[in-house]
Design a protein around this ligand. Structure first.
Ligand code: SAH
Length: 225
């Protein structure tokens, strides 16, 4: 009986996931086939706290504890698509959080190096990634604004927290032509930027307004605002 109920619930969540891809992603112009496949395949509900699992496929961000949020599905897809990923890419992520964004990136690349500053979130993310069978994400604990050198160079980088300025400190660790997606602004509203690093210089394009929790660290905001 219990097993049957679980299967029914899983089936319902799978339907919700496919609908999320159709109505929230494809309908709004996401067209990268690998990102769409990743988000149709990866069970996002396993990345949110159990009590809000039923909300995992809704069109909104969700709290995951420690002031962190798992981004709205559309934002995950949009930022991932901007990175123009290919199978052999290595990607750097600031802000592992639940590990969901890292799992989506890992689905379409060779390796993801993801850094999280909140120690308690690291085992949570590792557990989530293991639960969905993702094996090509390396999670590091610490301030990502100081740790990019360790596994450089990268083809792409993503900051899933708001930066007070363009992350020029990452440019030396990017391969030529590398892409960085980052929200830049104050603690409350930001603009998303796509930066292409060419011969050590950044070509910057604005990609719309967003709202993220702040980067806290050396090249971020001070702890406690
Ligand atoms: N990508 C995550 C969402 C992250 S929310 C997901 O898919 O679930 C933003 C995260 O960035 C938070 O967990 C926060 O703790 C982390 N963060 C903030 N500043 C950081 C820094 N300097 N280094 C690493 N992680 C940081």
């Amino acid at each position: 009986m219990e097993k049957m109920m679980m299967d029914k619930n899983e089936a319902r969540l799978e339907v919700a996931r496919k609908e999320m891809v159709t109505h929230q992603l494809v309908a709004r112009g996401i067209s990268d086939q690998c990102i769409l496949r990743a988000m149709a395949t990866i069970p996002r509900h396993l990345f949110v706290p159990e009590r809000i699992r039923d909300a995992a496929y809704q069109d909104c961000p969700l709290p995951i504890g420690y002031d962190a949020t798992i981004s709205q599905p559309y934002i995950v897809a949009y930022m991932s698509e901007l990175l123009k990923l290919s199978k052999n890419d290595r990607v750097f992520e600031l802000g592992t959080g639940s590990g969901y964004q890292a799992a989506v990136l890992a689905f379409c690349t060779k390796e993801v190096i993801s850094v999280e500053r909140v120690p308690e979130l690291v085992p949570v993310a590792l557990g989530n990634l293991a639960a969905v069978g993702t094996t090509n994400v390396r999670v590091l604990e610490g301030d990502a604004t100081t740790l990019a050198a360790d596994y450089a160079p990268y083809d792409a980088a993503i900051l899933t927290a708001a930066s007070p300025a363009l992350p020029e400190y990452l440019y030396p660790y990017m391969n030529d032509g590398g892409r960085i997606v980052v929200p830049v602004g104050d603690m409350y509203v930001q603009e998303l930027f796509l930066i292409t690093v060419l011969q050590g210089k950044g070509r910057v394009e604005g990609k719309g307004g967003v709202r993220f929790v702040p980067v806290i660290g050396k090249h971020g905001f001070a702890e406690g605002g």
